[in-house]
Design a binder for this molecule. Sequence first.
Ligand code: G3P
Length: 300
Amino acid sequence: MDIFVDTADLDEIKEAESWGILDGVTTNPSLIKSAVESAKGDIRLEKHIEEILKTVDGPVSLEATKVDSEGMIKEAETLYEKFNPVNDNVVVKIPINTAMDKGDDNFEGVKAIKVLSEKGIPVNCTLVMKPNQALMAAKAGADYVSPFLGRIDDYIRNQIGLERGQDYPKGTYYPEELTERIRETGLRRRISELDRSDIVYQDEPTMELYDWGNDQGIRSGIDLVWSIKEIFKNYSFDTKIIAASIRTARQARSCAEIGAEIATIPFDVIEDMMDHLKTSEGMKSFDDDVIPEYKEILED
Ligand code: G3P
């Protein structure tokens, strides 16, 4: 599985690159905002983006911001023409559906993807929340689709009556079998400690609010990635999955088990993928046991 870092923070990108495991970068308007805010005015955005592109020899996603297809196509062309010459690695992010209110057009994203893919501009279709959206993005010619698995977990938890912060902090793993169990049994009881970091919910969750029709039975963010993978396999689409909105190392592992081609992961979660108490303990005992004769050989 390729690992992208999901950030616009140049220091994080440089550090992840120095580890030798980085394959690309994804940004979005919120990540750019946060990089600019944390630099406290000490940043020229155009230069900053060029630096990101030069730091990584892999795809870097930059997002369009308009909501109509023509506007997105124009912005995509501007981004591509301005930045792709820097290191030949720009991918333009286009939302699958830019509708914000009922009555807005639902197909502007997919129309833009179709035109851009015909023009040869690589597209990462973002904000994918259900498998049918991924299917349509692939049909329109997207090179990548980005299912937002953490946000789907949030959404399902909220639908079953959990409030972020009160019942679960950002960074807890949501096990899909829990949705299944709630659905099957209409369960009303306390479940906790399903995993190291899971305190899942406190009392009386109900599935009444959960819109099974629109979500087509998707049980978790990981389940969403799995379903998209199956669909792409059935029709041999070349479109790659970038599992996105990842909040835990366990989600990253699940994506690898499913066979997502890419996971875009926040910097601190990539760090979490590496450490283990027993590795550190093992290191300490090996370090303590180095005898002088062995040291001499190594220092020759
Ligand atoms: O890659 C998408 C990502 O930046 C969104 O993450 O944690 O805000 O849902 P999150």
